[in-house]
Design a protein around this ligand. Structure first.
Ligand SMILES: *Cc1c(COP(=O)(O)O)cnc(C)c1O
Length: 365
């Protein structure tokens, strides 16, 4: 047994921290924006049948082009997209890694707007792409002018926009995405991991794809689809983008079992997505409850809420954990983030918050 410091690690990785959301066994886990509803049994049965069939051929490598899955994902997304516009990988984290391997790398820069999804900067680091942070406007918004000014100042090779943004829940307007695209010759990557939780009448960045070959829109099955453990993320873009990503992916990166499971889930998309409305409802109930205790809640287009006015976030986080409720401290001063869960989990969270907000630890600023 030796220490990390004794190993000949790549110099640019020295001192870096890995992704570190605590994985604790608690009654109410509302910390990583999972869909807390389990996969419905009738869907689980069909997925099991499909995975079983795939197992009988698992001596062979899987379809390297995951053609059936790409067709199913294109069909799910709509917007006139064909299979050739889709790429998928083991979670959108791997999709992001492919994008940065192909379009970033040593000597290249990716512009981001923190506070945002922490994996964007971490994957930038692991692919030796320089992460260039720029400031947001008030209330975590990004206006077209702010995005364009940051691009002109930093001349990035890629621009990452998380829309709606994690961990703030706030949307990014299509006008900002379009303006960012026009201001750069690089890749504009829109992370729409929470796309299904947006208001029903809010347009997706997918609507911007025609005529914009450097625009990439990524999605995941981890959140709305209740499929986080299966690890399936994907993107839509010009088919040439998939040609670029083929250069960096490992051959057969999507296992036959993953492909079969994802196809099963997509075959039951309406059932799998049946909980989205309920989750949005619980999110709004949670927001009202949190505000009732005197905290401030940012408007959310996702399945989670960022709330502020917390005098001692670490203390409040710990006090909730002691009551069996795990939420997330992202070290944004005065704030904590909580995922929307089932009605019972929402009750448990609000009850715990009530208990600790009456105690000194949760004193509001
Ligand atoms: C949760 C999340 C993802 C999902 O990552 P997977 O690897 O698909 O599980 C991607 N982007 C954002 C912004 C997220 O919050």
């Amino acid at each position: 047994m030796t220490n990390l410091a004794d190993l000949p690690l790549r110099p640019d990785l020295v001192g870096r921290s890995p992704y570190g959301a605590p994985q604790l066994s608690v009654p109410v886990a509302l910390n990583v924006n999972e869909n807390t509803h389990p996969v419905p049994p009738e869907v689980a049965d069909d997925i099991l049948r499909r995975v079983g069939a795939a197992l009988t051929e698992v001596n062979r490598y899987p379809d390297r082009e995951f053609t059936a899955l790409r067709e199913a994902l294109a069909g799910y997304l709509g917007h006139g997209l064909g299979a050739e516009s889709i790429w998928a990988a083991n979670g959108s984290n791997e999709v992001i890694q492919h994008v940065l391997q192909a379009f970033g790398g040593p000597g290249r820069r990716v512009l981001g707007f923190p506070p945002t999804y922490s994996m964007h900067a971490i994957i930038a680091a692991s692919t030796a792409t320089e992460w260039v942070p720029a400031e947001r406007d008030d209330d975590f918004r990004i206006s077209p002018e702010t995005a364009v000014a940051a691009i002109e100042r930093t001349d990035p090779d890629l621009v990452f926009l998380c829309a709606p943004n994690n961990p703030t829940g706030t949307p990014v307007g299509l006008d900002t995405i379009a303006a960012a695209y026009d201001a750069t010759d690089g890749i504009v990557f829109v992370d729409e991991a929470y796309g299904e939780f947006m208001p029903d009448d809010a347009p997706s960045a997918l609507t911007l794809l025609p005529g914009r070959p450097r625009l990439i829109v990524s999605r995941t099955m981890s959140k709305a689809f209740a499929f986080a453990g299966a690890r399936v993320g994907y993107l839509a873009a010009d088919p040439a983008v998939a040609d670029a990503l083929r250069l960096v992916r490992l051959p057969y990166h999507l296992s036959a079992l993953t492909q079969a499971a994802a196809l099963g889930a997509l075959a039951h998309a309406p059932t799998m997505l049946g909980m989205v409305d309920d989750i949005r409802e619980q999110r709004d109930r949670m927001a009202a409850g949190i505000e009732g205790f005197g905290y401030r809640v940012w408007p959310s287009w996702t399945n989670f809420l960022l709330f502020g006015g917390v005098a001692d976030p670490k203390g409040l986080w710990r006090a909730l954990l002691e009551r069996g409720v795990l939420i997330r401290d992202l070290a944004i001063p005065g704030t904590l983030r909580v995922s929307a869960g089932t009605p019972a989990e929402t009750d448990a969270f609000l009850d715990a918050l009530a208990a600790v907000s009456a105690a000194p630890v949760g004193v509001r600023a």
